[in-house]
Design a protein around this ligand. Structure first.
Ligand code: NAP
Length: 447
């Protein structure tokens, strides 16, 4: 029996009906399923063995209470999550997000995307995601520590270096990973370095991990431009967000000869016509833990727009590096009207489906997050390998990360061409990721 786009539409509708009230999960499913009909046509076994239906159902979803005591002595209660989506290629792997917007649906969308992303790296990692509806903003260091300890007091029984290996994401950086690891070690009586990645380099982390997502997105953008006989040199760029991914994307862009003129946070947009001073952003965001507006204290000549829209700033290349659905169709149209030639997603699903359709329609090179931001999880997988050797001196180089991103780009291009959609990185990433996971699932039988 051959597949038609209608059958993937039917599968999509069934999954939506089984997972009501999870719009971001539906969106991520829609974007992927829409591209998979040709691969199901080509390989009927995927359809006969219901690989798609199985792949869209998370293997496990854990929800738990996280009680903690704030600095005023008041008891606070948050909700924690860990979704293990697919372990066909290795232990569940994916970050933890602490943000008030976190729901089970957010976790499922992120873990679903992670399935394809992790497969694309070519490394032995399954997919997962977790977090809590906890808002770290304005919390003291002690409150963050108590929250992390309570969160891990439940999470520890579900994770392990060959079971599930969380890392950071929005609101979870090396400070939080430190508190989480400390509590895991204390409860389990095991110095199990490989249970978390994104660790500090002096206790089991790798130097490249912190920079890997941002650097990787820039390497991917370089490849996209090179495929069109172009380069980042002298290009004007804007990068949304000012967190881990945004900071290191900006650092690598400046090093590659591009000029970054704007970045942001959820309060506003920073514009510096002289080029953003990344060291000042690091000082403001990572050292002082302030809002991006505080950059003006270092560079009074820069401009700050409260509640501004970063996509209104004209640029050659745009890097959405903050959060999901931050770049909508009207923003895409503004970027196109202003002459933007490429968009590369550092964040997960930052562009809406309508925005992506506009980029494709107007021949703007578009790098989807599941390919373009895979450098972070690839570096995490290398950190796991490093931890498994119990070595203190081994580290991975930027060249290694660069090579991985070049391979992901090549794989996306070749797959898109194989399916008659040259230059469509969405098709390339979805099909290449899907095939690797699906083939492993076929080999394992019905489990
Ligand atoms: P982060 O360090 O916490 O920084 C997030 C940045 O995005 C902050 O500047 C934040 O501003 C902004 N932001 C968050 N929610 C927002 C919202 N609703 N509206 C506007 N701005 C918002 O997080 P990150 O690690 O850089 O992650 C950024 C994105 O990259 C996420 O989509 C994440 O899933 C993805 N990603 C991260 C990694 C990684 O290695 N960290 C790997 C792959 C993908 P505020 O401070 O004002 O909230």
């Amino acid at each position: 029996m051959t597949s038609t786009p209608q059958t993937t539409a039917y599968i999509y509708q069934q999954i939506v009906d089984r997972n009501p009230g999870e719009p971001e999960f539906h969106q991520a499913l829609h974007e992927v399923l829409e591209t998979l009909a040709p691969v199901l046509d080509k390989h009927p076994r995927y359809r006969e063995e219901k690989i798609l239906e199985r792949l869209c159902e998370p293997e496990r979803q854990i929800i738990f209470r996280v009680p903690w005591v704030d600095d005023q002595g008041q008891i606070q209660i948050n909700r924690g999550y860990r979704v293990g989506f697919n372990s066909a290629l290795g232990p569940y792997k994916g970050g933890l997000r602490f943000h008030p917007s976190v729901t089970l649906g957010t976790m499922k969308f992120l873990a679903f995307e992670q399935t394809f992303k992790n497969a694309l790296t070519g490394l032995p990692i399954g997919s997962g995601k977790g977090g809590a509806d906890f808002d770290p903003k304005g919390k003291s260091d002690n409150e963050i520590m108590r929250f992390c300890q309570s969160f891990m007091t439940e999470l520890y029984r579900h994770i392990g270096e060959i079971t599930d290996v969380p890392a950071g994401d929005i609101g979870v950086g090396s400070r939080e990973i430190g508190y989480l690891f400390g509590q895991y070690k204390r409860i389990t009586n095991r110095y199990e370095s490989g249970v978390l990645t994104g660790k500090s380099p002096n206790w089991g982390g790798t130097l490249i991990r912190k920079k890997a997502t941002g650097y990787g997105a820039v390497f991917f953008a370089e490849e996209m431009l090179a495929a069109n006989n172009n380069s980042l040199t002298d290009k004007t760029c804007v990068v949304s967000g000012s967190g881990n991914v945004a900071i290191y994307a900006m650092e690598k862009l400046q090093a590659s000869g591009a000029k970054v003129i704007a970045c942001s946070d959820s309060n506003g947009v920073l514009f510096d016509k002289n080029g953003i001073d990344v060291d000042a952003v690091i000082q403001v965001k990572e050292v002082e833990r302030q809002r991006i507006k505080a950059y003006l204290e270092h560079h009074p000549e820069a401009e700050y727009f409260e509640n501004g829209n970063i996509w209104d700033i004209a640029c050659d290349v745009a890097f959405p590096c903050a959060t999901q659905n931050e770049l909508k169709d009207k923003d895409a149209q503004t970027l196109i009207d202003n002459g933007c030639i490429a968009v590369c997603e550092g964040a997960n699903m930052p562009c809406t489906e309508k925005a992506v359709a506009l980029f494709h329609q107007h021949k703007v090179a578009f790098g989807p997050g599941k390919a373009a931001n895979a450098g972070g999880v690839a570096a995490s997988a290398l950190e796991m390998q490093h931890n498994a050797t119990h070595s203190s001196s081994y580290d991975y180089s930027e060249e290694h990360l660069h090579e991985i991103m070049i391979n992901i780009h090549r794989n996306c291009c070749q797959t898109a061409e194989e399916f008659d959609q040259p230059g469509n990185y969405v098709v390339g990433a979805n099909i290449a990721g899907f095939r690797r996971v699906a083939d492993a699932m076929l080999a394992f039988g019905v489990i």
